[in-house]
Design a binder for this molecule. Structure first.
Ligand code: HEC
Ligand code: HEC
Length: 260
């Protein structure tokens, strides 16, 4: 599994020129990210035969996620105004990459940065520690949370959905999938169910080179998008695509029972 993943990534990794002038290959991984991914897949195998280990990994995930829940909410649903993304249901590999990128300074996130550091996580969950294992278990936990059935969408009439659909099919499907489901193996994020205003900001930052961990192929694909194109395509994703029903929480009032 890991080998296959590594090969797929080697193919996808192209050199990107960073704003600061230094070159950073997209998802070159290494260090903590690779370590956490390896732990994740190892655990996945072992858990199948070991219910006790499964319970421990879940508990550890809950302990670490408590730090995150202060901003991302205990349900992992973020906020409609786009300040905080929905994390629930995101691919575990994507969460690991983003977290490792934030920790390594490849993605600016001044609000979250101090809380993502090993020291802070270790303080909050001493039994788990703050290293690659903590990242793996929290990513696994988050990816299994049911998703918010009431995510932020554009206002009626705010965007041209037909135009957005055309742009989506021509420019996004090959990576994010025909339903916005992304790819666990390739580290492509799920974008269905994500808040409209959050995606709008991220898309703009990716287009304009402010997100240094962005995929260079995506940057190329969208570099000629106008602000209207951007709103139309993101508006279409938020308004018209949806996670499968079984991945959604039963109602928007669902509360995560893991936190009293
Ligand atoms: C102090 C608030 C805060 C805390 C605590 C926090 N985050 Fe965040 N997080 C944010 C903000 C704000 C963003 C969006 C940043 C942006 O707009 O680029 C974010 C983004 C993310 C993303 C990227 C999601 C995406 O799809 O782009 C991940 C993954 C993430 N956080 C995971 C975590 C985890 C795991 C923890 C706990 C260890 C955590 N966060 C703790 C504020 C926080
Ligand atoms: C070549 C593959 C590729 C194409 C084409 C592509 N994307 Fe992406 N997109 C990615 C990857 C990979 C990321 C995550 C980058 C990273 O690692 O931070 C991403 C991130 C995003 C994000 C931020 C998600 C988050 O959780 O932070 C949004 C929103 C997005 N893409 C929307 C789109 C839309 C809409 C299109 C079409 C107009 C598009 N993308 C085309 C690969 C692609």
């Amino acid at each position: 599994m890991l080998k296959k993943l590594g090969l797929a990534l080697a193919g996808a990794a192209l050199a990107a020129t960073m704003a600061g002038g230094a070159a950073l290959a997209w998802n070159e991984g290494g260090g903590e990210q690779d370590e956490a991914i390896k732990i994740l897949f190892d655990l996945e195998k072992k858990i199948k035969e070991d219910p006790k280990l499964a319970e421990k990994v879940r508990k550890d995930g809950i302990a670490v996620y408590e730090v995150c829940s202060a901003c991302h909410t205990t349900e992992g649903w973020g906020t409609k105004d786009g300040t905080f993304p929905q994390l629930a249901g995101q691919h575990d590999t994507v969460i690991i990459k983003q977290l490792a990128d934030i920790r390594a300074g490849n993605r600016d996130n001044p609000t979250m940065y101090p809380f993502a550091l090993p020291k802070e996580i270790k303080n909050a969950a001493p039994e788990v520690g703050g290293g690659a294992y903590a990242i793996a278990v929290v990513a696994r936990y988050i990816s299994q949370l049911p998703m918010n059935p009431d995510w932020g969408k554009p206002k009626p009439g705010e965007v041209d959905l037909e135009h957005g659909e055309k742009l989506f099919k021509e420019n996004c499907v090959r990576c994010h999938g025909d339903n916005g489901q992304g790819s666990r193996e390739k580290f492509f994020p799920k974008i269905h169910g994500q808040h409209y205003l959050y995606m709008l900001r991220q898309f703009e930052w990716i287009r304009d080179g402010k997100r240094r961990n962005a995929n260079p192929d995506m940057v190329k694909q969208i570099k000629n998008f106008t602000d209207k194109d951007m709103k139309d395509v993101i508006g279409f994703v938020a308004a018209k695509l949806s996670p499968p029903k079984e991945r959604l929480a039963p109602s928007k009032d669902w509360l995560n029972p893991d936190y009293e």
